[in-house]
Design a protein around this ligand. Structure first.
Ligand SMILES: [Zn+2]
Ligand SMILES: [Zn+2]
Length: 322
């Protein structure tokens, strides 16, 4: 399967782009708008002293790595979208379940939208270019109907390989996706209740502790992971330095790289999107790639792609001449 990459020499001539032609600015995708709004409100419950616990805070912090870095960055992005490495199927599916708990859509849809981004990066057909405006690239693109993304053809064109796997097909055709999500909420809440009761807590104390783990470990963590992923689409196409001439506006943004464990080296990523390694210089720290190397060392990852020297050297030259 050939994965679409932007090969265009097109450079936007202005700093502003119109919305993709297939977007209807009068049709809101209510399912996404309500989900995004309600999750932000639920995360705000963390401000109530009643819902605070250090265990909840620790689980939220750990969850950024487990659900965000392993689920979204390693699995959805570097493994499934770009095929930068191969893992045993049981592990790949396990990582995909973690990604589902981050509530960023099914594997096939995430992959399809992201491959379309690479194919049309910072041109009108890019689903989420921040050259329209920052908020559009960050979150707005999900909230308005875009026929390019809702037609079934998008799966055929961009995610055929993903849908050959019965597990990912099941995510599209059965209630497996919402069941995993509900299961993760229940696990956090019930684990908190059980731990409190085992330590001699009352029913009220157990319910409070369970709610604390749910609010911090699920709602706060999910909202923070969303904004981290969205920053790669928005901030890392606006601010930062460019090492390579890639034909769009991707940037290496150290702050986004720090909070995303390496995804912010986004200009490097556009220069050679198959590479599982996004940090190209020694100081461009990429913890997701460190994780991939560790998995490789214990036999749980193979065929790990690193930057193609000739390809990136050519783009480096182009940048120096520009
Ligand atoms: Zn990009
Ligand atoms: Zn990518």
């Amino acid at each position: 399967m050939s994965i679409p990459q932007s090969t265009a020499s097109f450079q936007p001539t202005t700093d502003r782009l119109p919305l993709p032609a297939a977007v209807d600015r009068h049709r809101i995708v209510w399912s996404y708008a309500i989900t995004v709004g309600v999750y932000h409100l639920l995360a705000l419950l963390a401000l109530l002293p009643w819902s605070f616990s250090w265990t909840g805070v620790a689980l939220a912090g750990l969850g950024l790595y487990v659900f965000g870095s392993l689920g979204i960055n390693l699995c959805y992005h570097r493994l499934l979208t770009h095929r930068g490495l191969v893992c045993p199927k049981w592990l790949e599916h396990g990582f995909a379940v973690l990604a589902v708990c981050s509530m960023q859509d099914t594997p096939a849809r995430w992959v399809a939208v992201h491959r379309r981004h690479h194919e049309h990066a910072d041109r009108q057909d890019d689903p989420h270019s921040p050259l329209v405006n920052f908020l559009w690239g960050h979150v707005g693109w999900m909230l308005l109907e875009n026929d390019d993304l809702s037609r079934l053809g998008i799966y055929d064109r961009y995610a055929k390989d993903i849908l050959r796997d019965p597990f990912y097909r099941k995510m599209e055709r059965t209630p497996l996706y919402p069941m995993i999500l509900l299961g993760s909420w229940a696990t956090f809440f019930l684990a908190g209740c059980a731990a409190s009761l085992l330590l001699g807590g009352t029913i009220a104390e157990a319910a409070r502790f369970g709610a604390s783990l749910l609010i911090w470990g699920v709602f706060v963590r999910t909202v923070v992971v969303w904004h981290i992923t969205w920053s790669v689409n928005s901030a890392a196409h606006i601010w930062g330095y460019r090492t390579y001439e890639t034909g769009e506006r991707s940037r290496n943004n150290w702050f986004v790289a720090l909070i995303s464990n390496g995804e912010g080296w986004h200009n490097n990523h556009h220069a050679d999107s198959r590479s599982a390694r996004h940090g190209h210089r020694w100081w461009e720290i990429d913890m997701v790639f460190v994780t991939i190397r560790l998995l490789e060392a214990v036999g749980l990852a193979r065929n790990v792609y690193v930057p193609d020297r000739r390809q990136v050297a050519g783009l480096l030259q182009k940048k120096r001449k520009a």
